[in-house]
Design a protein around this ligand. Structure first.
Ligand code: C5P
Length: 227
C-alpha cells in the first residue's frame, strides 16, 4: 500500500443499504452496515485520491478528506453517483435494494379489516447503478469499475458471471454463508477477479486491512493501463 499511488485520481465509492419507502413511516431495506465501503473510502483518501462517498443510511463517521453525499433510496443513489461523475474509478460496495414498492402511499397504510391475514405489496425493479455507470452513453468517459458479489454458493462462478454481465474491470467476491465475515461484521475475506479472470485471494482480515489491500491492487492495475 503506497501513499500517493492514487494521487490526481477521483474515486467514486457507494456504500451501505438503500431504503425503499412503502409509506411515510415504513420501508424495505437490508442489513448492510456500509463498513467495507467506508474502509475503502478511507484507504483511497490515504492513497492520495480525491474521494466521493455516496452513502445510504448508515451509522458511521465520514473518513478524513472524504466528500460524503447522503442518500436514502436506490434512485437517489443513482442520481448522486451520476452527479459525482466524471470519476476515474467507481467502486460499488452498496447493497442496493433490487426492488422498490411500485407506489409510495401518501399517508400511513392502515390494516385492511377485509383482507384477512394477508397483504400484498407490489414491487418494481430498481436501476442497477453499477451496470449503468459501467456502460455510459457514447461520448461520456467510462470509469474503471469495481463491483462486489456477495454469494452463499458457487461464489466464484457467480462472481465471474457478474463481472462479464455488468461489464466490470474487477469483481470482489465474498462468501456470505461463512460466519464472522461479510455483511455487517468487522472482518471479511475476499477473492478479487480481474477482467482476464485471474483470481487473487485476500484471506480473513479486518475490513480496514482488506480495504488497503484492495486499494493497492486497484492502484497497481491502473498503473499498468495504457493511458
Ligand atoms: O447483482 P448483484 O446485486 O449481486 O450485484 C452486486 C453488485 O452490483 C454490487 O457491486 C452492487 O453495489 C451492484 N448493484 C447496483 N445496483 C443494483 C444492484 C446491485 O449497483 N440495483
Amino acid at each position: 500500500f503506497e501513499r500517493g499511488s492514487l494521487a490526481g485520481l477521483h474515486l467514486l465509492i457507494n456504500a451501505g443499504p438503500t431504503r425503499e419507502a412503502i409509506d411515510p413511516v415504513r420501508y424495505i431495506s437490508n442489513h448492510s452496515s456500509g463498513k467495507m465501503g467506508f474502509a475503502l473510502a478511507e484507504a483511497a483518501a490515504e492513497a492520495g485520491a480525491r474521494v466521493t462517498l455516496v452513502a445510504g443510511p448508515v451509522n458511521l463517521p465520514t473518513p478524513p478528506r472524504v466528500q460524503r453525499v447522503d442518500v436514502v433510496s436506490a434512485e437517489d443513489m443513482l442520481h448522486a453517483c451520476q452527479n459525482a461523475l466524471p470519476a476515474d474509478v467507481f467502486i460499488a460496495s452498496a447493497a442496493v435494494a433490487d426492488y422498490r414498492p411500485a407506489h409510495c402511499a401518501d399517508s400511513k397504510l392502515k390494516k385492511d379489516p377485509h383482507s384477512g391475514d394477508g397483504m400484498t405489496l407490489s414491487l418494481v425493479r430498481n436501476p442497477d447503478i453499477l451496470a449503468t455507470l459501467s456502460s455510459p452513453p457514447a461520448g461520456q468517459a467510462r470509469p474503471w469499475c469495481v463491483g462486489f458479489a456477495a454469494e452463499t454458493n458457487e461464489v466464484l462462478s457467480y462472481a465471474q458471471g457478474k463481472l462479464q454481465r455488468k461489464n466490470l474491470d474487477l469483481i470482489i467476491a465474498n462468501d456470505v454463508s461463512q460466519p464472522g465475515i461479510g455483511f455487517n461484521s468487522d472482518d471479511n475475506a475476499v477473492t478479487l477477479i480481474d477482467r482476464s479472470l485471474q483470481q487473487h485471494s485476500l484471506p480473513h482480515a479486518s475490513k480496514q486491512k482488506l480495504a488497503r489491500q484492495i486499494i493497492a491492487f486497484i492502484a497497481e492495475q491502473l498503473a499498468r493501463q495504457p493511458s
